[in-house]
Design a protein around this ligand. Structure first.
Ligand code: G5P
Ligand code: MG
Length: 216
């Protein structure tokens, strides 16, 4: 457990393992995983006004407009209150980063640097339980029963935006929009980069980093 509140942002290309690593961090160190994509997908399932607005953008691999996302994410951070958290998928451009900075003091920005060919291969095998955000991967993180969520037994689905042409669009958009965001956070001395091809190879280094920061 953290001895002080730890607020981190995790940045990485689509399929780089942000969700997987955030879950590991929160399970091992007690924090709240705030995933923009999960929140948006849950709203799509519930057919809320936010979900209806976000749906087409997500399916096309485009960003949902800042006005909608920023408001939603800042409200979620307020709900989380005085607890450690990992922000996964927000901010996604400079405007969102500035809106976050105006509201919150971020302690660290964790970036995942995974080769694009590894990512393209991974997302083909990704299955999710959309209502909870639980993520599986055939051959890496298999469900106990094929095609079924471990906790609810409900059917797993593939993400609309994991179709190869949409993944290619998302990867391009990531490079274009996130390079300036990472540079902006680097100037502030907040960035820790983790490079590798597999989560299990990155995780021990991440643990050392977190232990160091926990006691800082
Ligand atoms: P999301 O949902 O934020 P992305 O594109 O940022 O989507 P994504 O696809 O969710 O990121 P991830 O979380 O980085 O990827 O990766 P993951 O799910 O943990 O891992 C990918 C797969 O690899 C999983 O199946 C996992 O099990 C497996 N895996 C992990 N490690 C390994 C390993 O070592 N080996 C193997 N073999 N497999 C592994 O955003 C979606 C959309 O929402 C909108 C946008 O439209 C966006 O495209 N959106 C926003 N719009 C505006 N502003 C924002 N801030 C927005 N945030 C989201
Ligand atoms: Mg994710």
């Amino acid at each position: 457990m953290y001895t002080k509140i730890f607020r981190a942002v995790i940045i990485g290309a689509p399929g780089s393992g942000k969700g997987t690593i955030s879950e590991l961090i929160c399970k091992n160190h007690g924090c709240v995983h705030i995933s923009t994509g999960d929140i948006l997908r849950q709203n799509i399932i519930k057919n809320t006004e936010l979900g209806r607005k976000a749906k087409e953008f997500i399916a096309a691999g485009k960003l949902v407009p800042d006005s909608i996302v920023t408001k939603t994410m800042l409200a979620r951070i307020t709900e989380v209150g005085n607890r450690s958290y990992i922000l996964d998928g927000f901010p996604r451009n400079i405007a969102q980063a500035q809106a976050l900075e105006a509201r919150e003091q971020i302690d660290a920005v964790i970036t995942l640097d995974i080769p694009h060919d590894v990512i393209i291969d991974r997302v083909k095998h990704r299955w999710i339980h959309a209502p909870s955000g639980r993520v599986y991967n055939i051959g890496f993180q298999d469900p106990k029963v094929p095609g079924k969520d471990d906790v609810t037994g409900e059917p797993l689905t593939q993400r609309e935006d994991d179709k190869p042409h949409v993944v290619a669009r998302r990867l391009e958009l990531y490079d274009e929009l996130m390079s300036p965001v990472i540079a902006w956070y680097k100037e502030k001395g907040l960035v820790a980069t983790f490079k590798g091809k597999e989560t299990k190879e990155i995780w021990p280094r991440m643990e050392l980093f977190l232990r160091d920061r926990m006691n800082a």
